[in-house]
Write a protein that binds this ligand. Sequence first.
Ligand SMILES: Nc1ncnc2c1ncn2[C@@H]1O[C@H](COP(=O)(O)OP(=O)(O)OP(=O)(O)O)[C@@H](O)[C@H]1O
Length: 340
Amino acid sequence: MSVVPFASHDAVDPDAGDQSDSIALAPSEAFVSSAAVKDITERAMAYLEAGYALHLSGPPGTGKTTLAFHVAAQLGRPAILIHGDHEFGSSDLIGRESGYRKSRLVDNYIPSVFKLEEEGRALWIDNRITTACRLGHSIIYDEFNRSKPEANNPFLSILSEGVLNIPGLHGRGEGYVKVHPCFRAIFTSNPAEYAGVYRAQDALLDRMITLELGHYDRETEIAITASKSGVDPQRAARVVDVVRACRVEGKDPHFPTLRASIAIARVLATRGGEASYRNPVFLWACRDILSHTTPNGKSDQAVSPDFIDLILRRSECAEEDGKVTMRSGRRAAARAKGGK
Ligand SMILES: Nc1ncnc2c1ncn2[C@@H]1O[C@H](COP(=O)(O)OP(=O)(O)OP(=O)(O)O)[C@@H](O)[C@H]1O
């Protein structure tokens, strides 16, 4: 079983074999546990400990997957990661027959008597959900609505009756697997996604508790940007303010995301320099990373390079004004102190 730091979960190999699919989650040093993160974790843990499945729903880059890993780590059980895929069928999740075992017994101990017994059995291979249900592992099912709704049907009986129905094992006395009491499921989905997703079944949504996530507060975004890029908090704050201004004033409230802040800050960390309009590295990184078209593919840009220039110049002026105000405020305070 591999140990995966959950703020760098890209390291998981989803194609590893069945048993090695389980991972032990360990907190990464880069993980930020701000008040907002602690609050949502507390609520998530309350629902999971009460025996419910958890559904983290929110636009891209709001930290759903990272939070799912964090919460799964708090459960203290090995975890199994699944990424929703439109090619999944139920068998990809619960298991399938694979191969055939044939045994043959020839008994010719008494030469005049020849006894032959043959038995053939299809071999069954458990897949990830079955393994998790049997062993009481946690499932993290990322972007579960990328799988066809019927592929997720096994979860209906798992989450309501605590039983996994395996039609392929009926007749062998193993057709129903009783779900281990420690089994927990954490789902994530992105309701704003428009391509390659399916509408989740109401019956499945009704069996889980959904936490709607939005973008984190400014302080948490600054802490995450600084932690994931290595820049100091002051530069991280400048980057985050520009990204948040584009989000608020652009045509799409979901973009740019926290990932854009991290990306710009990483470029700054690599190339050095201030998060200032006067630093060409910062200027072109912002233009390249922040400008994008609207998600529905229309040609008008949600955030155009001109718009980014405007935001950058404005934030620079606001900062200059702030410094001037602070300087004049300090001078006025010194004058007042000196009795002038
Ligand atoms: N608490 C945190 N501590 C450190 N980094 C975080 C934290 N939350 C989110 N991040 C970072 O923010 C970025 C976006 O987070 P994440 O991938 O979890 O978002 P998401 O909502 O799952 O996005 P998507 O829907 O696009 O998959 C990642 O680089 C992640 O490492």
